[in-house]
Ligand binder design. Structure first.
Ligand code: FES
Length: 89
């Protein structure tokens, strides 16, 4: 199987344009670009990616309008629109 090469990914995080890469998860992009929390709970509490493997559910965001997507399980791709507030609701 040929090795895939990561490409630059132009994404949007809470309305801000961000340069990322296709080999980065959304959770990694959130951390790299200093969005220290991965989302805000419905009670306004900051939440953080904990497990990085799809178990804790603490990294839920909205991706392209779909709520409750796990940021640690999604790779960045150009045009992706990410919302971190209220679990992406
Ligand atoms: S960090 Fe635990 S499910 Fe994403």
């Amino acid at each position: 199987m040929p090795e895939q090469t990561a490409v630059q990914a132009h994404i949007w995080i809470n309305g801000q344009p961000v340069e990322s890469r296709s080999d980065m998860t959304v959770a990694a992009a959130l951390i790299q670009y200093q969005h220290q929390q991965t989302h805000v709970s419905v009670s306004g509490q900051p939440r953080f990616a904990v497990c990085g493997m799809g178990v804790c559910q603490e990294c839920r965001v909205s991706i392209n309008g779909q709520p409750h997507r796990l940021a640690c399980q999604e790779y960045c791709c150009s045009g992706m629109v990410i919302n971190t507030e209220y679990g992406g609701q």
